[in-house]
Design a protein around this ligand. Structure first.
Ligand code: ZN
Ligand code: ZN
Length: 602
């Protein structure tokens, strides 16, 4: 084999930066845990040495060099490095992470927060990650801690926002909360006729990088500049990037970037389509237009009758005031923004086969929520009243089972006790059916955390993974499928365990899980919590193709969370979900028949 084709040595092994990352993380975790300062310092010294190296450690080990000859590298450290090169990971790091949440290391990097302060936040306030830190800071809980004052709390919040800015993705729900007051303020400005947030926000993506606001403003220069002025001087604006006659861009205090464009009425629809995207979808529409001798861009739809002289606004304008005109020009019906990902929507529109997407009014109930019996904040009664207020026909209280100790999960005895309360409430409340439910844990071996005789008496059984998330993919897939095989299980909830911006999904073969669910007639949940939105939109689409029913449910842990339903439906729509695919669009009778069909372990 010629040398140029031979793979370089240790082609799979970590580079020096990656090794440093692992060692610094370990040092942080050890320090947060309160380890011996000399030990922590040994790791920090090693990191400093490695930063100064000009050759890859992999190469040095390969060449048989003695790493302990390097300054600051002892025998322990050298064996850590060899372990990282050979195994790609460090066992000690995994073990330490069992005791100290790994997400705390992101906090250590914030200005004004060293490991000692992070330790205090964790031990005294239960803060384990950036979101919880933000919550604690905003609620004023941090400044009361020993060693923190108002000043240092403010500094921490500022550096957290700066960090977010670098990180670049924001939960859609958070973005919405940021945009609502801004849009309200803009809508009050004279001349503002219409405001739309375009981009991935309009397409309903679970996280967004920024927001593009399009404004239609009647009047002249004076009105337009007043709108730009209002936008750039909005109190939540931290930084103004640029401010022109019809465009401005700012960054909010949270780090969220927002652009404003003032668009003339004749172009509004074209601009809305253009800035909504996705890029892939727009490419498809533009090429359809080209074939018809048209040009579609952010300014409008034009007939290319001038040979196309390079001016984007040349030719005869044939549309652009509304989005329908853009689609009409290329011979298509209007396509809902949630579908514009070039995942078959252009073809479906061409065949007049676009799905009629699910809507809020199709939802007849919520099949996943908690009460004070486990880790919820509100009593069953309060949850029932709130659901009734939303006009639901039915709801299920689904507290945790005993394996989830931190959530005060129910023992079989407490489940029976809960039923007494459920019975009482059923007698008192009219107009909504209260179903006996349970979110039962899928144990490590795939069995369920509740005896069959209890499961058999429940109206709805949710099955969920809350532990041992680090399993190999094949093992995790088997574990979940064997739980679904239990005849009492009705719905697999938060199927991949992901927490957006916080935790990746666990390794699981979703194709196998969805196929098994379809065969076993188990429904799958789309958990509407904005951090979860689990099922992923592509999996929703796949589940629908397999004929599965999807339960869009809030997993509410307090009354306010019942509002998550809207965000869940947006994700469902991105997965092409129709009313007839939604489990909780069934009438109470149909739902009962369906839930009872699997025999409840009898
Ligand atoms: Zn859960
Ligand atoms: Zn839950």
């Amino acid at each position: 084999m010629p040398d140029s084709l031979r793979p370089p040595p240790f082609v799979e092994s970590l580079n020096n930066d990656q090794i440093n990352q692992a060692l610094s993380e370990l040092a942080d975790l050890l320090e947060i845990r309160g380890a011996n300062p000399f030990r922590v310092r040994a790791y920090r010294n090693a990191v400093r040495t490695i930063q100064g190296l000009t050759r890859p450690l992999a190469e040095m080990v390969e060449a048989g060099e003695d790493l302990t000859e390097l300054p600051g590298i002892g025998t322990d450290m050298a064996s850590h490095i060899r372990e990282l090169l050979e195994a790609g990971s460090l066992q000690l790091l995994g073990e330490t992470a069992q005791e100290v949440p790994r997400s705390l290391t992101a906090l250590v990097k914030l200005e004004g927060l060293g490991p000692k302060k992070v330790k205090r936040l964790w031990e005294e306030l239960g803060v384990t990650d950036l979101d919880e830190l933000e919550e604690a800071l905003e609620a004023g809980r941090v400044q009361t801690l020993d060693g923190f004052g108002k000043k240092s709390a403010e500094k921490a919040l500022r550096s957290l926002h700066a960090f977010r800015k670098r990180q670049g993705r924001f939960l859609r729900a958070k973005a919405r909360d940021e945009l609502t007051p801004l849009l309200e303020a803009l809508s009050r400005a004279p001349g503002v006729e219409r405001l739309e947030v375009a981009g991935s926000f309009r397409r309903g993506r679970d996280t967004v990088g920024d927001a593009d606001i399009l404004a239609r403003v009647e009047g002249g220069e004076e009105e337009r500049s007043a709108v730009v002025q209002l936008f750039t001087s909005f109190p939540e604006v931290e930084e103004v990037g640029m401010a022109g006659d019809t465009r401005a861009s700012v960054v909010l205090k949270s780090g969220f970037p927002v652009d404003l464009r003032i668009v003339p009425g004749e172009s509004f629809g074209a601009a809305l389509h253009y800035f909504t995207g996705s890029k892939e979808h727009n490419v498809r529409i533009r090429s359809l237009a080209q074939r018809k001798g048209l040009r579609v861009n952010e300014y409008g739809v034009f007939k290319v009758d001038d040979g196309g002289n390079g001016n984007p606004r040349s030719g005869t304008r044939v549309g652009g005031e509304c989005e329908e005109e853009v689609f009409q020009a290329v011979g298509l019906p209007w396509i809902p923004p949630e579908l514009r990902e070039d995942r078959g929507e252009v073809e479906a529109a061409g065949d007049d086969a676009l799905p009629h997407l699910v809507e809020l009014e199709d939802v007849r109930g919520d099949l996943h929520m908690h009460s004070t019996w486990s880790d919820g904040r509100n009593s069953i009664r309060e949850m029932v009243e709130a659901c009734r207020g939303r006009g639901y026909e039915y709801m299920a209280i689904t507290d945790h089972s005993q394996a989830v100790r931190v959530a005060n999960g129910l023992t079989p005895e407490r489940v029976r006790k809960q039923w007494e309360e459920v019975e009482e409430i059923r007698g008192e409340v009219e107009g909504i059916a209260l179903l006996r439910g349970l979110e039962v844990d899928i144990l490590k071996d795939g069995s369920l955390d509740m005896p069959d005789e209890i499961l058999a008496e429940l109206d709805v059984v949710l099955a969920a993974v809350h532990s041992h998330m680090g399993m190999e993919e094949a093992e995790m897939t088997r574990r979940i499928i064997s739980a679904l095989e239990h005849p009492a299980v009705n719905i697999l909830v938060h199927p991949t365990g992901r927490l957006l911006t916080r935790r990746d999904p666990y390794a699981v073969d979703m194709e196998a899980v969805l196929t098994a669910a379809a065969e076993l007639d188990v429904a799958v949940e789309l958990n509407a919590n904005p951090y979860r939105l689990d099922l992923h939109d592509l999996h929703v689409k796949r589940a629908r193709e397999l004929g599965l029913r999807i339960s869009v449910a809030t997993d509410a842990h307090r009354i306010g969370h019942l509002n998550f339903m809207e965000g869940g439906l947006l994700q469902a729509r991105r997965g092409w979900l129709r009313k007839e695919d939604l489990l909780n669009s069934l009438s109470l009778d149909e739902l009962r028949r369906r839930l009872g069909r699997r025999g409840k372990g009898a």
